[in-house]
Ligand binder design. Sequence first.
Ligand code: ADP
Ligand code: MG
Length: 484
Amino acid sequence: MAAELRAAIRAQGLAGEGGVQGGWRMSVDGAAGRWAEARRLVRSEIGAAAWDRWIAPLSFQGLAGDAARFEAGSPFAADWVRRHYAEEIMAALREAGCRCARILVSCGEAPEAEAGQPQKVPAAANSPVASGGDGEFEFRPAQLDGRQTFEQFVVGRPNELAYAAARRVAEDDRVVYNPVFLHGGVGLGKTHLMHAIAWRIRERSPERKVLYLSAEAFLYRFIAAIKRDNTLAFKDEFRSVDVLLIDDVQFIAGKNSTQTEFFHTFNALIDSGKQIVISGDRAPGDIENLEERIRSRLQWGLVVDIHPTDYELRLGILQSKAEQKRAEEPDVRLDPKVLEFVAHRLSTNVRVLEGALTRLFAYAALIRREITLDMAQETLADLLRASDRKVTIEEIQRKVAEHYNLRISDMTSARRARPVARPRQVAMYLAKTLTSKSLPEIGRKFGGRDHTTVMHAVKRVESLKDTDSQLSEDVELLRRLLEA
Ligand code: ADP
Ligand code: MG
């Protein structure tokens, strides 16, 4: 997405390629080596995937005073890096020997945009995350996303239990379930719910110390503490929190010393009545290489899963996000059918849905203005292909019958009246063009008809498509619904 958006932005000439102020280049040479080293540190800190995506494309412009300046490929990337990785970049630069207290990331825009001074970064200023203060061991103002609140969470059958459990944890001062273990596939809202819990507790009881972090971060901090011979501070810091939220616990599976530390921290918190919420990509019993005692401790409390989204939930989420986007881009027109189409055709992962919507709005704002079915299909072609599944003849019959308000049995019956016969021909045509079934196989599925009947139907629909615009629209819509 980022690359395409960047290309689109470039195509529009909205972002300067260079945009570098003269003075900044001056100190590059001396600092470049340090940045090269810092880059490696950032990579080990944030992981290869995030690094490849956000840090690798940054171009280092140099150091001036206590500020390090970077250029990103798009305003979006610049903003993202500022909001999510400023701390890591600064820490790494300092580690590499730079005197750095500010990070400036721009994209041919005004160089004032900066991050890294906590008082200027809203996420850090009111982050409901514990900060270790002056001690050697410091929790980074974590990347709590302000949009990930309960208000922004769309509830449907697949996630209602997890949502209710999360609300309960956040709104009940007593510790009722401990730990709460949320699990589900990727992109289904686990992190969102954990952030929402943190925000809500922060709102209701600002005096409670809430710490959210990924198990991966826990691992890195732990290793760093060992290296600095500072595990005591590490332990104290963790054990002083009231609510500990650990995301993606599967990351520490197999990392034995970290697991042991995690286990002790976990026990100490539970024993002193502190709330723990943990997420994982699968149920505790299914995480491999997890110590048995941890597994059973995780199963102690409340284990809830988030199921893959269904059509209703996807549509609800798309509608809610489209509302927000429309507020940001009031000029963009959106054909409501597009949301239904996307909800039908895209997979269960909410992150993919969001990405699709962002892309549609970005393209519409940059290039076209109106999001139509056609435009959506073109713009989302790669996503649609990726989520393609095999279409069956039964599905085609069902969709066609629905579309024309017929019974499914009309697809296989002998009735020859045009209002029935024509849709049946459309269904045969779709069966021929969307599946790999042979004409005789298709004929059999349509009430034992002969293969020549199917062939005739296919030819008939093909020629009607050129002359009958209503029919051609119907076929297009059905084809899209069933996927091309
Ligand atoms: P996970 O941690 O389970 O992989 P996330 O919590 O990161 O998934 O969710 C992926 C994206 O989808 C986030 O941007 C999140 O805000 C959004 N999202 C997930 N579920 C919902 C929902 N029910 N309502 C609104 N947004 C959602
Ligand atoms: Mg997550």
